[in-house]
Design a protein around this ligand. Sequence first.
Ligand code: 1GP
Length: 252
Amino acid sequence: MIYEKIAAAQSASRKLFALLVDPDKNDDATLIRTAQLAQEAHVDFLLVGSSILLEKGVDHCVELLRENCSLPVILFPGNTLQVTPKADALLFLSLISGRNPDLLIGQHVVAAPFLRQSNLEVLSTGYLLIDSGAPTSASYMSQTLPIPHDKDDIAAATALAGEMLGMKLIYLDAGSGARYTVRTSMIEKVRGTVRTPLIVGGGIRTAEKVIALCQAGADIVVVGNSIEERPELLFELTAALQSMNQSSSVGN
Ligand code: 1GP
C-alpha cells in the first residue's frame, strides 16, 4: 500500500520524490519517455493531474505511464473528471486553506461511491495553497485565497486542523509554475506542528531547493514544470535527494 510506504519512509527519515505529469502538456511519445526517465531516475511516485484539462483526459495518460514503467501512479485531480480506476491511488484532496465548500466536501460526496467501487487507494489529504507571488491556476480555478506566503502560523494551524479531522497527509502547494516555493520557515513550522507526512510542491527548479525543502521537513517533494521544460533536470534533482537520503542513513 502506498500510504504504508510513505509512512515507513517518514519514520526512516527517507525523503521521497514525486514527478507531476500533466496530461495536456504531453503527447504519447513524451509520456512514454517521461515514464522511462522517471524509472531510470528512481522517482518514487508519478502524480497525474492538472488544475484544468483542455485537450485530454487522465485515462489514456495513466494507461501509457503504467505500460511504460512500474512506478506507482497517484491521481492528483483538479476535479472529479480527473479520476480513473486505472491508477494505483488518489490524493483525496480537501482544500483546507480555502473556504469553498465544494472543494472541502462537495466533490468528495460525488466521488466517494465511485471510489468505493474502484481499487484506488484513497489518500485523505489536507491541501493548502500557499501564495507564491502571482495568482496560480489552482487558486483561480478553486476560487479560493491562498495562505499568505509569510503566515507560517496560519499554515500550521490549518494543517493541525486537517490532522485533527483525520487527514493522513498534508500538502503545501505554492501552485504549478510558482515564482517562489513555499518558504522553509513555513515548512518548519508545519513540521513542528503535525505528525502526518508532509508533501511540498510548486516552483521547485534546483537541487539546492529540493534539499532545503526536505531539510525543513518535507517528506515528499513534487516537481512538474521544471522537468517538462528540461527533462534531464530530473536526474539532478533525484540524485540530490538520494544522496541526502544516503548520508542521513549513514548518520543513523
Ligand atoms: C503543483 O506542486 C505541484 O501542484 C508542482 O508544481 O509544476 O511548479 O513543479 P511545479
